[in-house]
Design a protein around this ligand. Structure first.
Ligand code: UT7
Length: 320
């Protein structure tokens, strides 16, 4: 058995911050941010939380799938920025949408999270353990950023993306995922809960830290490698793939991956200009936009690829 995506959904909080908005309180410019990252605006939460965004994206995906929440037997939420530790975000989503028959848990593989959630769903479906699975990537990164650090805060944004998978006859394609914990220091966020006000004052390690250039170099090398490894495993060429839906980390990273694969950039859709880098939500949000706008057609071959903190990276083939 394999899982087929039968519905997608996404949600972004209404409040948008433009590059010019940021330039009012940090030393940056719209020109620099657009040129170096491709980001024009990002959405940030005011009333929403990681859980409420996840639930809104989930409802939209279920509606798209024409599926009753009670049919779900597994809910996976991928997040690094949840407003709850226990109960897990997936249980909170379950409560919100009334998916009373689902088993629920969270996973954290940072920006590779949507991909890992998809692979986990496939593993459970192909084992026969679950049949209808809801995967969600939801992030409120605005709550973990250091808004005085222009090297990171300009890049990220908040939002959620979701997909519903339903089991059907078929053979599971091989998947490619890798992790390298020895390089984890390049992108870290030790804790979002400072011990006291004095600790908050010295808050260095409570904020997201990123060695931007280091992560950039890692991404442009490892992502094409993972895609090539996947293509070899499934015995396909770049030309046979209709779209590459990459984690929206930075426009220049995506352009570089396309160039290294010697592939037309038109096959690499992007929405980073609107949302910034939303970590584990980005692939789900983009997938939903492409689905709802009718870009994706039945039978198309699509590669999902993610990379980020851990360090972690990978690629997976889906047939639409
Ligand atoms: O989501 C998965 C993980 N994350 C990523 O994949 C992100 C990977 N990294 C990146 O996207 C990029 O490294 C950044 C967008 C974070 C930074 O871009 P960069 O081109 O690597 O900039 P840089 O850090 O090398 O800085 C270049 C220059 C520096 O000035 P000097 O030393 O050359 O005078 C920085 O101080 O640009 C300066 N700079 C800025 N200037 C204006 C850094 N940030 C800014 C800024 N506005 N926001």
């Amino acid at each position: 058995m394999i899982g087929r995506i039968c519905g997608t959904g996404s949600y972004a909080p209404p409040k948008r911050l433009t590059n010019d908005d940021l330039a009012r309180f940090i030393d940056t410019s719209d020109e620099w941010i657009q040129e170096r990252t491709g980001v024009v605006t990002r959405h940030v939460i005011e009333e929403d939380t990681t859980v409420t965004m996840a639930a809104k994206a989930a409802k939209s995906a279920l509606e798209d799938a024409g599926m009753d929440p009670q049919e779900l037997d597994l809910i996976l939420v991928s997040t690094l920025s949840s407003n709850v530790i226990v109960p897990c975000a997936a249980c909170e989503v379950q409560k919100e949408i009334g998916a009373v028959n689902a088993t629920c848990f969270d996973l954290n593989a940072a920006c590779t999270g949507f991909l890992v959630a998809y692979n986990t769903a496939q593993a459970y479906i192909s084992s026969g353990m679950y049949q209808k699975v809801l995967i969600i990537g939801s992030e409120s990164l605005s709550t973990v950023l250091d808004w005085t650090d222009r090297g990171t805060c300009i890049l990220f944004g908040d939002g959620a993306g979701a997909a519903v998978l339903s089991s059907e006859e078929g053979i599971l394609h091989p998947m490619v995922t890798h992790s390298d914990g020895t390089k984890g220091g390049a992108l870290k966020c030790s804790s979002r809960h400072v011990k006291n006000w004095e600790a908050a004052e010295a808050a260095g390690d409570t904020h997201l830290f990123m060695d931007g250039q280091g992560v950039f170099r890692f991404a442009v090398k490892k992502e094409p490698e993972a895609i090539r490894e996947l293509l070899e495993k499934v015995d396909m060429t770049v030309d046979e793939i209709d779209y590459f839906i990459l984690h929206q980390a930075n426009k220049r990273i995506i352009e570089s991956v396309a160039k290294r694969l010697k592939c037309d950039i038109a096959k690499f859709p992007m929405n980073i200009q609107e949302y910034g880098n939303t970590s584990s939500a980005s692939i789900g949000i983009l997938l939903d936009e492409l689905n709802k706008s009718g870009v994706l057609k039945k039978g198309q071959k699509i590669i999902l690829a993610g990379f980020g903190a851990g360090l972690s990276w990978g690629a997976t083939l889906i047939e639409w």
